[in-house]
Design a protein around this ligand. Structure first.
Ligand code: 5GP
Ligand code: MN
Length: 322
């Protein structure tokens, strides 16, 4: 069922014990919104646990609460009971083992992806006009009358910054900037966050060089792609930054990075200037935003590569702009 902002705030205010989670392969918005909401709710005297079924990239250590994030337990007897299970920044199917490790009478999904279809049995608050789930948590804090501590402000600012490419992308609206300004007033330190997030291990920069050297242009120069084999994917620790380097090429509309994770499983990330890449991702049961989307292809590397190149060429040719 779709909830309004005030119904969502009431659901959060009414719960005493909550578990918060977000999507696997967590980014700044997933981690920032989880920890930001945790701080806000703890400030209101609630018992809050954050579970994320993945490794948390080290750069996020500057976020207050980084150390309290737990991975869900796979032991059946160790399910965490709570009044409200909150799933942030994704539809509820991308949270890994967390789903099976929480026992709650009610699930509340809060998201900003327009591709989130929701479901009959779960409560969904979706605002696709917001650049980040952190921006929605900001709205909810105001609705609940919850004060922004410095800790909450640091975390929520992070999601605003990372989901807008540090306030450069078209999703950054005046409301986003106003929210950021309020969070700065509450103690967020943008320079501390951006400096921590830009640090990369030497090996990651070398891996970037390798990836760029094998970049392929296609769709008459309107698309750029990096296609990493299973061996490369296994060897490379962090590949998130790669796509940013190939989306800026003059004339490129769609950039894609494909990583082969298993013999028949490849992960795809896409970015665009005009084409609605969420539509391409949705064709393969993925999702995301118009200019940033992803999906999983359950097929071998070469087939996955050909499949996504063909889908991108078609989207460009047919002008799938939003
Ligand atoms: P990224 O390329 O950074 O992994 O993801 C870009 C955007 O698309 C993010 O907002 C992310 O949450 C979304 N996204 C990526 N992969 C998937 C997927 O497999 N399913 C869905 N529903 N969304 C995805
Ligand atoms: Mn997000």
């Amino acid at each position: 069922m779709k909830l309004t902002l005030s119904e969502t705030a009431a659901a959060l205010s009414g719960a005493k014990k909550l578990v918060i989670t977000a999507h696997v392969n967590p980014d700044g918005d997933a981690i920032g919104s989880s920890l930001g909401l945790m701080h806000l709710l703890r400030g209101l005297g609630k018992d809050v646990t954050v579970l994320l079924d993945d490794d948390i990239p080290a750069g996020f250590h500057v976020l207050p609460g980084y150390d309290v994030i737990r991975r869900p337990s796979s032991e059946e007897g160790e399910k965490i009971a709570c009044d409200l299970f909150v799933v942030l920044d994704t539809m509820t199917d991308r949270i890994g083992g967390t789903a099976a490790s929480v026992h709650a009478p009610r699930l509340l999904n809060i998201d900003h992806h327009h591709t989130n279809p929701g479901s009959e049995k779960e409560d969904l608050y979706l605002d696709a006009t917001r650049a980040a789930t952190c921006e929605i948590i900001y709205d909810l804090a105001k609705e609940m009358g919850a004060p922004f501590s410095k800790e909450a402000a640091m975390c929520l600012y992070t999601g605003l910054a990372t989901d807008t490419g540090f306030f450069r992308f078209s999703n950054a609206a005046s409301h986003t900037y106003r929210a950021a300004a309020d969070l700065l007033d509450a103690g967020a330190q943008p320079n501390v966050i951006s400096e921590a997030l830009e640090v990369k291990p030497l090996q990651t920069v070398k891996d970037l060089g390798e990836a760029l050297s094998q970049m392929e242009m296609f769709a008459d120069g309107k698309a750029s792609g990096i296609f990493l084999t299973q061996a490369q994917t296994a060897r490379m620790e962090s590949t998130e930054s790669f796509i940013g380097h190939i989306r800026v090429i003059d004339g490129v509309d769609v950039a894609v990075v494909l990583k082969c994770k298993e013999p028949e499983l490849c992960r795809v990330s896409m970015r665009s200037k005009h084409v609605d890449v969420s539509r391409i991702a949705t064709e393969f049961s993925g999702g995301g935003h118009i200019r940033a989307a992803g999906c999983t292809l359950k097929m071998p590397f070469e087939q996955a590569k050909a499949t996504i190149m063909e889908a991108i060429e078609k989207a460009i040719r047919e002008g799938w702009t939003a």
